[in-house]
Design a protein around this ligand. Structure first.
Ligand code: GTP
Length: 458
């Protein structure tokens, strides 16, 4: 997706505002300052009364957080340019809102509806100010244009973020469908070769038309049409392979009955098919290379999931807990004094400890849980269907399993290692970043209060 820089957006914002008089801008600012609570109240009253938008909101969230943020947003976007220290931070704020919307999967239609409600209320509030007709119209236009531009930036950031998430989701799907990409590649290359050999044999035997093996219904064709094209969907390589399969089968159909083996026409068709099959192999290699990159969703050292799938997993769990009465929790895990281990026993020993910790984490969680290595000596475990009491028992089980273990060193001998754990349980907040921050805060406490312990965020 095309990027629009903050500079370009700042120019856009500035030139929009400059089309209006300073008087209109200052009326708008006054209205925003005096009536921000009214605007927020009106906005959320409407959103909560609508069942679709209400499924993304709760009265509690509105009261404790969202109303204040909305008031601040109104004041910020209606601040006259001359009084804004740095317009780019205002633009960054809109981008951030769009990213949060993408994380919580808030439909763009709801954002647009919200902006319509705001504009309606703004018109009403301005009408009460007793402005001249001309100034009233001008202020309304300025207010609407600013809201539109802010929403435009929000939606732009939304689609960028959403695109990224969809790609990761796609990767996740492919990854979970074909666990062993290397084996699949060899198998399918082999299947394509089998079809080619069979075709050569049948042509040599003088078979034609319906008696020739069709690529679409061969082992390779079935796999590609039903599984691979779905997993690799929207990839141009995949489209080309499907097209080649169609062309090859049409060419086979066109070989006339009674064709003599080795005839000119037969040979030219054969040459054409050979080239197309070669092209398929080449495209297949490209697709598998891409799949390997996707497989990089696994951390190379520990084979745990890496950061890439975190948004997908967290969004899924948030959605699941919204639809059910179950909560889930996250454990932010950090190996204690890991630097000292590296310094004392070397980097290879450090790597080996990380691998052993990862094995313990994966081995001491349930099948439905997720274990990630976020980087360095930081891990994250997502515990599904869990409450704070059970969660802390699970965290302690992990901590103790590590504390009990004698970690083997590559140079021989063993070592005791401990981990600290910060735990947070999802409390209904739609943005998973919040949950990760809470787990981090709890981890910070676990470190500050002596390490080798689990702390629950409260
Ligand atoms: N062996 C190895 N070391 C790594 C890797 N990634 C990061 N590190 C090292 O991990 C160490 C992390 O150290 P710190 O963040 O200071 O934390 P710590 O020593 O574990 O101390 P506390 O967390 O406060 O208990 C740094 O020395 C990094 O160089 C890795 O993949 N392999």
């Amino acid at each position: 997706m095309q990027q629009i820089s903050n500079e370009e957006l700042s120019q856009e914002w500035t030139s929009l505002v400059e089309r209006f008089s300073p008087q209109a801008a200052s009326i708008l600012q006054e209205t925003a300052k005096e009536k921000s609570a009214d605007l927020a109240r009106h906005f959320y009253a409407y959103m909560l009364s609508d069942s679709h938008s209400a499924s993304f909101l709760s009265h509690e969230q509105v009261k404790t957080r969202l109303s204040k943020s909305m008031q601040q947003w109104v004041i910020t976007v209606f601040t006259p340019i001359a009084q804004i220290d740095d317009l780019q931070t205002v633009i960054d704020l809109q981008r951030k809102i769009g990213e949060v919307h993408a994380r919580i999967e808030l439909p763009v239609s709801l954002v647009l509806r919200g902006s319509r409600v705001l504009k309606e209320r703004l018109r009403h509030l301005l009408a009460l100010r007793g402005l001249s007709d001309e100034l009233y119209r001008e202020t309304i236009c300025l207010g609407s244009d600013i809201i539109d531009l802010a929403i435009e930036i929000i939606c732009f950031a939304f689609s960028q973020s959403h695109d990224r998430n969809s790609r990761a989701e796609e990767a996740y799907r492919l990854f979970s469908v074909s666990q062993n990409i290397g084996t699949e590649k060899e198998r399918q290359r082999g299947a394509l070769l089998d079809w080619e050999n069979q075709l050569m044999f049948d042509l040599a035997m003088g078979n034609t038309g319906d008696n020739l093996p069709k690529l679409a219904s061969s082992e390779f064709g079935l796999w590609f049409r039903h599984k691979a094209s779905h997993a690799f969907q929207s990839s141009p390589e995949s489209e080309s392979i499907l097209e080649y399969i169609r062309q090859i089968d049409t060419a086979l159909q066109d070989i006339p009955d009674g064709q003599q083996p080795g005839s000119d026409h037969g040979l030219s068709v054969l040459r054409e098919i050979r080239q197309q099959t070669r092209a398929i192999k080449f495209l297949l290699d490209t697709l598998f290379e891409q799949a390997n990159d996707l497989e990089a969703g696994r951390d190379v050292l520990t084979r745990l999931l890496n950061r890439k799938f975190l948004p997908v997993v967290m969004s899924k769990e948030i959605l699941y807990s919204r639809q059910s009465s179950n909560t889930f929790g996250v454990l932010a895990i950090d190996v204690d004094h890991f630097k000292t281990i590296n310094d004392r026993y070397g980097h290879d020993a450090g790597d080996s400890i990380l691998q052993q910790v990862a094995t313990l984490l994966a081995g001491n969680t349930r099948g439905g849980d997720y274990a990630f290595r976020l980087g360095g000596e930081e891990f994250l475990v997502v515990l599904v269907d869990i409450n704070p009491e059970k969660g802390i028992i699970a965290a302690e089980k992990l901590r103790e399993s590590v504390a009990r273990e004698r970690f083997k060193l590559p140079q021989g001998g063993d070592l005791k290692v401990t981990i600290s754990i910060g735990m947070a349980v999802h409390n209904g907040h739609p943005d998973y970043e919040k949950l990760l921050q809470q787990a981090d805060q709890a981890l910070y406490q676990a470190k500050a209060t002596g390490r080798n312990r689990s702390v629950l965020y409260k």
